[in-house]
Design a protein around this ligand. Structure first.
Ligand code: PEP
Ligand code: MG
Length: 568
């Protein structure tokens, strides 16, 4: 038995067989053949196998993921039977007496190049379709298996180099019991999604795709950050016991689902949830969320080939607002960039995407896209208690510009007789150190702050949140970070505003006592952390936590702070 160390990204334990979501080796050699008819027959066998595989995938996607995703596979099926592609491959085999793999790849590459050079976006997408289909046919010619996650029909643990947010969103919760990735940190989006899907995950294992084979029995220990490979029956039994006690613990927490969150000395704090799509609402309600503290709207824009329309967005926002029945819903405007890309925007590659043209920077420049989102939000606002916040605000000027565009759209809608919510609070995420330092000035103009510690820590410590080598610098308890957070909360209170937190730190057991002591008003976290946090907060005394954090702010290292909290 062996195990890998990684970063505990999503708590819980999963025991199941490995499923590698890794591209297989599709390399081959160019060969001269004698009988082109035989080689053409091989090609057609591979085409037929690819076709039946794709039909099953398409039908599955249609059932589970909707027409939008299924259409991708329809396009692939069209490519498979397109004589304009098949005939040139056959001709290459006949004329040059080369093997099917070579003829296929040569011909497909030529078409890919041709489509990629076209101006028309639709044609450009065909290049991607041909590339995907070619891989599938090649895999059949070479007798290797492609990963087909939508065909998974038994309990598995996914092994991948990394999972993009749209990969993660497509995983079937029924069968995917956990996952382990080579790269990523606690606040990479795959980790955040795993927490919201309640799937145990370990990220940043560096070599899981290298050492784990399909079918290996795995234990993903999302509590300690371990992946056990083919464990002994004793180890399995020990983990099964732990799984059981988790279940009992959860039943205890579940009793708090309809309770408000009061500390032992009767201070009220609000516990809200972070969501990515309207589908997450069920989890928020089942876990007793008192509001939505962060609705990451970028998932509406991802995994598709063009921008979502105003109407589509309106429907999603309305669903969430109605679903929360008047409880606060904070919607963050589009935060694309960093590790979240939108290929159809055709933005140039950047050397430092986390420091680049992203979020509000992009929205202020591509105003049509921004205004569409704001209109959808404003129109949905009369269906609930909407608050809007802008991500990655670095300067007051950015906030003023964003707010004035919002006002402008509001006026236009009102003058057309549209119903718009009376008082929509407008706030910002504090994710950039300069904004935290200048919070006293921002507090005069914003209605609230929501501290985004995932980015605030990455920028303060200069440590890429996706890079597992520097993940030791993700230090939420570092006194430097605590001081920045204090500046933000104090500045808000000075101006009679409120301060929340929607970074992962807000749901962290060690951080919660410190944040309570600092006076944080709202804690927004993965829905699955809410009940645990509520049960913890009920035992804490705010006045005592104020003393604890006053000590912590004077300490030199994160370790000392952790020690002090644990001693308490
Ligand atoms: C954050 O940066 O803390 C945050 C909540 O935003 P995201 O994780 O989506 O970047
Ligand atoms: Mg952020």
């Amino acid at each position: 038995m062996s195990f890998l160390n990684g970063i505990a990204a999503s708590s819980g334990i999963a025991i199941a067989k490995a499923y590698r979501l890794v591209e297989p080796d599709l390399s081959f050699e160019k060969k001269t053949i004698k009988d082109s008819m035989e080689e053409i027959a091989r090609l057609h066998t591979a085409l037929a196998a690819s076709k039946s595989e794709l039909e099953v995938i398409r039908d599955n996607a249609l059932k589970k993921l909707g027409e939008d995703k299924a259409a991708i596979f329809d396009a692939h099926l069209l490519v498979l039977s397109d004589p304009e592609l098949i005939h040139p491959i056959e001709n290459t085999m006949k004329n040059e007496l080369v093997n099917a793999e070579y003829a296929l790849k040569e011909t497909a590459d030529m078409f890919v190049k041709m489509f990629e050079q076209m101006e028309n976006e639709y044609m450009k997408e065909r290049a991607a379709d041909i590339r995907d289909v070619t891989k599938r046919v090649l895999s059949h010619l070479l007798g290797v298996q492609m990963a087909n996650p939508s065909l998974i029909a038994e309990e598995v643990i996914i092994i991948a180099e990394d999972l993009t947010p749209s990969d993660t969103a497509q995983l079937n919760r029924q069968f995917v019991k956990g996952f382990a990735t080579d790269i990523g940190g606690r606040t990479s989006h795959s980790a955040i999604m795993a927490r919201s899907l309640e799937i145990p995950a370990v990220v940043g294992t560096k070599e899981s795709t290298e050492v784990i084979q399909n079918g290996d029995l795995l234990i993903v220990d999302g509590v300690r950050g371990l992946v056990h490979i083919n464990p002994t029956p004793e180890v399995v039994a020990k983990y099964e016991e732990e799984l059981n006690s988790h279940k009992i613990q959860k039943l205890e927490w579940a009793k708090l689902v309809n309770e408000k969150t009061f500390t032992a000395d009767q201070f009220f704090v609000e516990l809200a949830a972070n969501i990515g799509t309207p589908d997450d609402l069920e989890g928020v309600i089942n876990n007793g969320g008192e509001g939505i503290g962060l609705y990451r709207t970028e998932f509406l824009y991802m995994g598709r080939s063009q921008l979502p329309t105003e109407e589509e967005q309106f429907e999603s926002y309305k669903t969430v607002l109605e679903g929360m029945s008047g409880k606060p819903v904070i919607v963050r405007t589009l935060d694309i960039g960093g590790d979240k890309k939108l290929p159809y925007l055709s933005l140039p590659e950047e050397l430092n995407p986390f420091l680049g043209f992203r979020a509000i920077r992009l929205c202020l420049e591509q105003q049509d896209m921004f205004r569409t989102q704001l209109r959808a939000l404003l129109r949905a606002s009369s269906y609930g208690n909407l608050k809007i916040m802008f991500p990655m605000i670095a300067t007051l000027d950015e906030f003023r510009q964003a707010k004035s565009i919002l006002e402008d759209e509001k006026q236009k809608l009102v003058s057309k007789g549209e119903k718009v919510g009376e008082k929509i609070e407008v706030g910002i995420m504090v994710e950039i150190p300069s904004t935290a330092v200048l919070a006293d000035q921002f507090a005069k103009e914003v209605d609230f702050f929501s501290i985004g510690t995932n980015d605030l820590i990455q920028y303060s410590m200069a440590a890429d949140r996706m890079n597992e080598r520097v993940s030791y610098l993700y230090q939420p308890y570092n006194p430097a970070i605590l001081r920045l957070i204090k500046m933000v909360i104090d500045a808000a209170h000075q101006e009679g505003k409120w301060a929340g937190m929607c970074g992962e730190m807000a749901g962290d057991e060690i951080a919660i006592p410190l944040l309570l002591g600092l006076g944080l008003d709202e804690f927004s976290m993965s829905a699955t952390s809410i009940l645990k946090a509520r049960s913890q907060l009920r035992t804490l005394n705010k006045k005592e936590m104020e003393k604890l954090v006053a000590e912590a702010l004077k300490m030199g290292t994160a370790e000392e702070v952790v020690h002090a909290v644990k001693k308490f």
